[in-house]
Design a protein around this ligand. Sequence first.
Ligand code: ATP
Ligand code: MG
Length: 176
Amino acid sequence: MRITRLRLTGFKSFVDPADLHIAPGLTGVVGPNGCGKSNLLEALRWAMGESSARSLRGAGMEDVIFAGTATRPAREFAEVALHAEGLAGADEEVEVVRRIERGAGSAYRINGRDVRAKDVALLFADAATGAHSPALVSQGRIGAIIAARPAERRAMLEEAAGIAGLHVRRKDAEAR
Ligand code: ATP
Ligand code: MG
């Protein structure tokens, strides 16, 4: 799976629409402290279905909506669209959109069609990616990986390799 484009509106510090085209190869995001680098990674996780406000550094889900500054009023909604290729065997690019409105919760669309959060989770499930992919390492998490016990680290590697599901199937086969 490769993410090719990310569009944000009203998400955290990205109050104005931002449209990022991500070229093949390595992409680096650089900028001064507080400019929104981590917010970009959180936008990716959020669009892929992240349901924990705390892991998005917020107290509630609506905290991802631009909260306003001294000079700009708060927004009523946040929307993130990500484009990915190589998902679920699809040849074409897939567009996943998540939108949250104050007091109305989150809504998801895949290629313009309204879907459930579960459908988005399923879309990413077999690509060893998604909101909880070990391929996404948040700020401060490197230390946790280094300090992990061998069994925990092995589980992370298996998850990253996309073979974690094999253990479940093996146990099932042994029980027969
Ligand atoms: P560092 O280099 O320190 O890791 P960073 O580039 O990763 O910084 P972020 O953590 O992505 O920066 O961005 C933090 C900024 O986002 C802060 O200025 C914070 O006020 C702003 N921010 C976070 N949530 C919101 C929100 N809901 N509304 C407006 N601004 C927000
Ligand atoms: Mg950061």
